[in-house]
Every structure is written in C-alpha cells, then in structure tokens.
Design a protein around this ligand. Structure first.
Ligand SMILES: Nc1nc2c(c(=O)[nH]1)N[C@H]1C(S)=C(S)[C@@H](COP(=O)(O)OP(=O)(O)OC[C@H]3O[C@@H](n4cnc5c(=O)[nH]c(N)nc54)[C@H](O)[C@@H]3O)O[C@H]1N2
Ligand SMILES: Nc1nc2c(c(=O)[nH]1)N[C@H]1C(S)=C(S)[C@@H](COP(=O)(O)OP(=O)(O)OC[C@H]3O[C@@H](n4cnc5c(=O)[nH]c(N)nc54)[C@H](O)[C@@H]3O)O[C@H]1N2
Ligand code: SF4
Ligand SMILES: [Mo]
Length: 749
C-alpha cells in the first residue's frame, strides 16, 4: 500500500459542519478570503453567478446565508484560484514533463492565461497570438477535402449562447460531427425518454419533488455529485415522502443528511434519507424491475386499483406486450440475479402499490451500461403502470451532470439533429445544413484512430481523460493533424495531442466580461428545464483570455469561406445571439425579456403535462432484455465512479471522505468475502486487467479496500480506471460507454 493512503470506516451521514469546514478550507487555500466570500455571496443568487458545478436546480426561495454546497465551493476554488499557467510555466515544463504529473497537480497550477501552440515535432507549448491561432485553425479546416474530417466536441459547462454559435458555425462549415459530453453521460436517458415519453429530458420540477409520496433513487450519489439535492430530499421527507435508494453501494448521503443550514443538521442527528435501501448487484436493475412488475401486476389482479388502468388505456401503448413478455421470466431467477432478499423487493412493491405520486431519479448507475437505455425504459414502465408521469408530484428525473449540459443540447449541440432543427436553421440562415448524422464521442475516437478525422476542436472538457480506453484515445489524438482545446485549466487532453496542438484560454463562469461598457450576460438551463441568466463577477485571469462566444465567432470567421452571418454583430452584444436562438429553437419566445426575470423561465415540456409527443402521441411501454454480462468464475464487474473530491476529470483533492478514503485515488472497493477468497488484505496492491476480443487492458497499482459492496462487484475511480473500458463496450442505441459494467480480473502485485 502507498505510504500515504489511509482507509477507514465510511461515515453514516453526509454534510454537517464538516462540509462547511472542508469547503472553506479548500477555497481560502487557493485565493484571498475577501475575493472568495465576494463570489460565494453571489453564487446561485438571483441575478448572480450560476454555480459551474452540477445541474441541480436552484430553489425559488434562496437563502442569503449561502445557496451552495461544499462541492460548489470547490468548483469556484478550482476556477477562480489565484495561480496561473502562463507562458513562463510552459517554457519551464515540456509536454513530456507534464505527462508525468498527476491530474491533481495539473489542476493546482492555475488558470490558463495565453493562447499556446505546440508545433509539429516540438515538446514545448509556445505563445501564439489569437490571430495566428485562428488563421491556423481556419487553414487546417479549409484544407480538409471533406468537412466530415473534423470533429467539434462540447462539454456541458458551455453557455447557451456559445453552444448555439458553435453548432451554427459547425453546420455552416458542413458537418454534424458534434460529439458531446452527453454521449458519455445521460445519452441513454435522452434516447429512452424520447422513445417512451416524447421528450429527451426529465418531466419533474423541484416543486414536484416536494409533493411526491415516493421517490426512487437509482444509481446516483447525490452527497457528492448533486449535494443540494439532499436539501430537496429532506424537504420532501418532511412533507411525508418515502425514499428508496437502489445502489450497490451504501452511499452516506442516501443514508442520512445533516443539513448545515439547519440547527438539527449541526447539533442534531440530521434526517434519515432512505426508508429502504436496496443494495443490488451492479447492472441488475432490469432484473429487479421485472421482478417488481411481476409482483405488482399479480397483486393488481386482486387489488386492481394499485395500477392506473385509466391512465394506461387513455395515455399509453404497449401494455399488453409488456404483460405478455413478463410471462417469460422466472421470478425466483430474477430475484437471485439481483442479490437481494425477496422481502426487500416485497417492501418496494408494497411502497409502489400504496402510493401514486411517484418520482424516479437516476444517474450514471443506470446510463453507463451496454443496456443503459433498457434500464431507463424499464424504470419508465414502472412509472407508467402507476400513471406516474404527467401529473403533480410524479414523473421522471434524470439528474443531469454538468451545469449546462441540458441547455447545450436544447440549443442545437446534437450529432443526430432532428429534421425540424435542420429545417429551421435552413430557413433562418439561408444555407442547407448537412443532413446526415455526425459522429458521437466513441465514433469520433474510432474515426481519429482510423485516420478519418484529422482535426479535433474541443469546446471545454477533457476529452482524453473522460473518454473510454485512454491509451486508444491517446493514439487517436496523436494521429490527427490538429487538436484545439478551448479551456480554462490545463488538463491531459493538452498533453496527448495532435501533430500540432493549440490551447485557447477561455473565460469561465465566474469571469466578468464587459463589452462597449455593458456586461455580457450568459444563460444556462438546469436539470429541470429552467433557463436563467448567469453573470460573472471577477476580473478574468489575464487580458488575453476570451469569452467563449467570441472565441467561436473568430474561429468561424477564419474557417468559413462564405457566411451570411455577421459574427461581429452577434458577439457585440449577446442579446443578438439570443434573438437568433429565439428564432430557431422552440420555447425561447421573448428570450431577452424573460431572462431578466429573477427566476428565469421554464421551457415547454409535454411529458410534464401529460402530453406525449411520440409518433403515436402516447407514452410507450417497452419490452426490455436482461443485462448480459457473460461473467466467468474469475471475472468481476467493475463500476467506475466519482470520489467526493473531484469534478469529472478535475481532481480537487485526494480524499473520498464519505467512503473512508484519504490521500489516494488508486483504490479498488471489493466485498470482504471476495477479498478473502483471493487472499487479499486491506491495502494490498493489485493489477486489474481484462481481455475483450483478444485485446488485453491492464492497470497496475490499485490498493484493495474491503468494502460493503455486493459480491463479484468492484468499484474504482474514474479517470484512473478508464484504460480498462474497451472502446467498443457501449450502450445499444445511445452509444454511451459502459463504464459502470466493465469485466475485470485481479492479480496481486
Ligand atoms: N462533485 C461532483 N459533482 C458532479 C460531478 C463530479 O464528478 N463531481 N460530475 C457531474 C456529472 S457530469 C455527472 S453525470 C453527475 C454524476 O453523478 P452520479 O450519477 O451520482 O455519478 P457517479 O459518481 O458515477 O455515481 C454513480 C452511482 O451509481 C451507482 N451504481 C453504479 N452501478 C450501478 C448499477 O448498475 N445500478 C445502480 N442502481 N447503481 C449503480 C454507484 O454506486 C454510484 O452511487 O454528477 C455531476 N456532479
Ligand atoms: N469511466 C468513466 N468515464 C466517464 C464517466 C464515468 O462515470 N466513468 N463519466 C462521464 C461523464 S458523465 C461525463 S459528463 C464526462 C465528462 O467529460 P468532460 O466534460 O470532457 O470533462 P470535465 O472533466 O468536466 O472537463 C474539465 C475541463 O473543462 C475545462 N473547463 C472547465 N470550465 C470551463 C469553461 O467554463 N469553459 C471552457 N471552455 N472550459 C472549461 C477545463 O479546462 C477542465 O480541465 O466524462 C465521462 N467519462
Ligand atoms: S448542488 Fe451542484 S449546482 Fe448546487 S452548489 Fe452544489 S455543485 Fe453547485
Ligand atoms: Mo456527466
């Protein structure tokens, strides 16, 4: 075991005063106190700066004491830290030197300040002017024989305004190659919900959550990833809701929450969150839900009222097929697969039978499997049986990740755009956008690897570390002619690069941008479809960093040989961009006016009001298959999750307080019986490896952590374990990498 790593018993609650202490300690360490408090006072306030962390919505009533969480503070610290990565830094460290540094170290070096280039054959980034950089990008793009030889990635922190301009430019250039972080995230939700409910987004609002009688939380770890969701769950509980968590791990925040804004959370015991905790095996959610439906339908034969027959008849399609299909399963084998006791499943069935206002929330634990789409469709089946979509206090709640990942999609970042969007673009902008579908994340990597994509541009994000099969993705980047990253912070995508590579330093959420004496306002959409403004409050890290819409406009001007769009006019005042969004995307009427409302405005959502915009205008039941993991005796199923001290590939620190881990990230959580069987003790170092289709993948140096996790299941952190996720292992239909069910074996080092 590494000398520093410490493993202890995980706590039985999340948050409390410790969270406040850690958060403030973290931010005061990297920036002056006064400046930190100045931003925090404006964080998530009406007319303030939207938290760059997750997409959890803000409540209508905001506490002036602070409307943010520990991880929101860490997100601000990471972005607004005083340290700088400037030309002197790049003169000191070669790319080779930087490759040997940890992700945590890279992040701690500070904000990027200047456009930088690494020229072919060189090992140092050197400064370049914006004009030269744009010219170089323009030349590369113009020289490609086919626009489909370029790919344009987006990460979900990008504002609506920047994203809209970006997709417009990309389509004018001639491709729909718009891979997006969604492809690795909630794409499975988008696909499943579009098919079943007619809208690729969740249907509930915060108010619904407060009114729900029963809330099911599948595959999500809110204490770390959406901490303020715990306050909403606390409120739902105080209104009488029951909560069920379905998760292989007993996540502390789902057990008990001590709200640091309340006396009971500071000196009391806090609130018990889950009434029932189902610790099922990884990737057995479909088996669980089938068992639940078989039991529920059987019960309904005696008590017909427990399913909503009227709703099923009036609003849905496919009920009979679902019933017929369930006949094919043996209940006991389904139960056995889940690893749960039958009485635990009966408890869930009883709760479902006896409540009507039901909400299902979920995260990456459902989406990142080969059967990710099936998982979500099966959740929808249960809700539809109960008539629990399209009414108050009930519905679907995929909890989105990045703060504007949903908005980016809404305003047109889509590699598989709808015909309606393309027609509208044609009508408004006087050109025929490409009609054929473009590349998503996985197919972009494959296309770079096979030489079909030669230029990669990333609007935010850290494609290399976020993507599966890290070594393969690094090879793919190395085969391109040019990689360009529009970034706030240094990351590994800058280090595994194309023959020529550019870093374009961007402003972040906290940076204030004024033009012609007027502050530019940006807008974002949260996980529940509310669009609102966000205004930076801090001096940007250098005079050279640019606002994202400006960066896009300048690239567009350099790359497009002809354009009917006046890019300068658009970025002269971001109101002008919003006028175009209003003309192109439904639901944005009076965008500029409504954005001035303190709470923003709600986008239309058919499923929310019981209107299902599917081709048959019904909500659709679906028939889904069980997962097929084809495990052999020595195989384990590994999920890759986040620690409490990270935001995706950004590592805030080396602890995972809620799982008892300190000072290390190279750990593997394993059931104590499995560890014993393999002769492994706490702290032993092991290799994890696998062999898919004859290709061996291996990562050395994980420390064993015997943990409360079902047998044959393992947990590791992403991105360290991404080299083990095979590029081809992805969800049907959504193509989301199956990074929560990777087969691996263990050997002791
Ligand atoms: N602080 C912080 N906040 C974040 C992020 C971050 O990295 N750090 N990332 C943001 C982003 S982009 C996203 S998408 C979200 C992610 O938020 P989450 O969806 O919470 O993401 P993960 O950490 O991957 O956790 C997945 C959960 O699913 C469980 N799980 C794994 N496999 C299964 C399974 O087969 N079935 C079930 N039922 N459960 C399973 C795991 O035990 C874990 O609790 O958070 C966002 N917010
Ligand atoms: N194995 C495994 N892999 C996964 C996942 C998993 O659970 N397991 N989760 C997947 C998920 S859900 C997601 S969403 C992806 C995340 O994939 P990405 O969105 O690509 O990754 P991030 O780590 O969020 O990106 C961080 C970088 O974004 C840049 N950045 C931050 N803020 C800004 C900004 O305001 N503007 C600009 N221009 N740049 C900015 C910084 O340079 C920073 O280094 O990873 C996926 N990969
Ligand atoms: S819950 Fe998410 S959006 Fe809210 S403060 Fe925390 S990290 Fe930021
Ligand atoms: Mo995500």
């Amino acid at each position: 075991m590494s000398d520093k790593l410490e493993i202890s018993n995980p706590p039985e609650y999340a948050a409390g005063l410790k969270a406040v202490k850690y958060a403030l300690g973290n931010i005061f360490h990297v920036m002056p106190k006064g400046k930190a408090l100045y931003v925090l006072n404006r964080l998530n306030q009406k007319d303030g700066v939207d938290c760059p962390g997750c997409a959890w919505p803000d409540p209508d009533h905001r506490s002036r004491l602070g409307e943010y969480c520990e991880n929101g503070v860490k997100a601000i610290a990471e972005e607004a830290m005083s340290a700088r990565v400037d030309p002197a830094f790049f003169a000191k460290y070669s790319v080779h030197d930087l490759k040997n540094k940890s992700d945590y170290w890279l992040g701690q070096q500070g904000r990027l300040t200047h456009p930088m280039i690494v020229r072919q054959g060189k090992d140092h980034y050197e400064p370049i002017t914006w004009d030269e950089a744009n010219k170089l990008i323009g030349e590369h793009l113009q020289e490609l024989p086919d626009p489909n030889m370029a790919a344009f990635y987006t990460s979900g922190r990008t504002s609506n305004e920047a994203a809209f301009l970006y997709q417009l430019f990309v389509r004018m250039y001639g491709t729909n190659n718009l891979p997006d972080c969604s492809n690795m995230c909630h794409e499975s939700s988008g696909v499943a919900l579009t098919r079943t409910t007619g809208i690729g987004k969740g249907s509930v609002t915060l108010d619904d959550l407060y009114k729900a009688e029963l809330i099911l939380i599948f595959g999500q770890n809110p204490a770390t990833n959406h901490p303020r969701m715990l306050s909403a769950l606390e409120k739902a509980k105080s209104n009488g809701a029951k909560i069920v968590s379905i998760n292989p791990l007993k996540e502390a925040g789902l057990v008990r929450f001590k709200n640091p804004q309340k006396l009971n959370g500071i000196i009391g015991n806090g609130t018990e969150i889950s009434d029932l905790y189902l610790q099922l095996k990884i990737n057995e959610d479909v088996a669980l839900l089938k068992a639940v439906m078989i039991k529920l339908l059987k019960m309904a034969d005696e008590r017909p009222g427990i399913i909503d027959k009227d709703f099923i008849t009036a609003k849905t399609d496919g009920y009979e097929k679902l019933r017929a299909d369930l006949e094919n399963y043996d209940l006991q084998s389904l139960i056995e697969r889940t690893g749960l006791e039958e009485r635990e499943i009966d408890h869930l069935v009883d709760l479902l039978a006896n409540h009507r206002r039901i909400i299902a929330c979920w995260g990456m634990g459902l989406t990142q499997h080969v059967n990710g789409v099936d998982n979500i469709q099966e959740v929808v089946n249960v809700l539809l049986l109960k008539g629990a979509i399209g009414k108050e206090g009930a519905g679907t709640c995929p909890v989105r990740g990045h703060s504007n990942v949903q908005g980016d999609r809404t305003v047109g970042i889509a590699e598989r755009p709808s015909k309606a969007l393309l027609d509208k673009i044609a009508e408004n902008f006087g050109f025929v956008p490409p009609q054929e579908h473009g590349l998503d994340v996985v197919s972009t990597i494959e296309a770079m690897h096979s030489g079909k994509v030669k230029v990669f541009i990333g609007m935010g994000g850290n494609f290399l570390s976020a993507a599966p099969d890290t070594d393969f993705t690094a090879e793919a980047f190395a085969k391109t002619d040019l990689t360009v990253h529009i970034s706030t912070k240094l990351n590994r995508s800058h280090l595994e690069h194309g023959k020529t590579a550019l870093i374009l330093p961007s402003m972040g959420r906290t940076d204030k941008y004024e033009r012609n004496g007027k502050q530019m306002v940006l807008s974002v959409e949260n996980s529940m479809g509310i669009v609102h403004s966000t205004k930076g409050v801090l001096e940007p890290p250098s005079k050279e960093v640019r606002s994202e819409p400006v960066i896009v406009a300048e690239i567009a001007k350099a790359a497009l040989t002809e354009s009917k769009v006046d890019w300068d006019h658009l970025v002269d005042d971001y109101d002008n961009i919003r006028e175009l969004i209003e003309k192109t995307i439904g639901g944005f009427e009076n965008y500029n006016e409504r954005l001035k409302k303190p709470l923003g405005f709600e986008l239309p959502n058919g499923a929310r009001i019981g209107e299902f915009n599917t081709p048959n205008k019904k909500a659709n039941f679906t028939v889904n298959k069980l997962s097929e993991n084809n495990m052999l005796d020595e195989d384990f199923l590994m999920m890759t999750t986040r620690s409490h001290d990270q935001f995706n590939t950004t590592i805030y620190g080396l602890n995972d307080r809620y799982r008892g881990i300190e000072n290390g990230r190279m750990v593997v959580f394993i059931n104590p019986n499995d560890a014993n069987r393999l002769g492994l003790k706490k702290g032993d170092l092991v290799s994890l490896y696998n062999n898919y289709n004859g290709v061996e993948r291996k990562v050395d140096g994980f420390a064993v952590v015997p943990y409360n996790i079902p047998e044959k299941c393992l947990g590791t952190y992403y991105p360290e374990s991404n080299p083990l996720v095979p590029i081809h292992l992805k969800a049907h239909s959504s193509h989301t990498p199956a990074s929560k069910s990777v087969k691996v074996r263990i050997t002791k080092l």
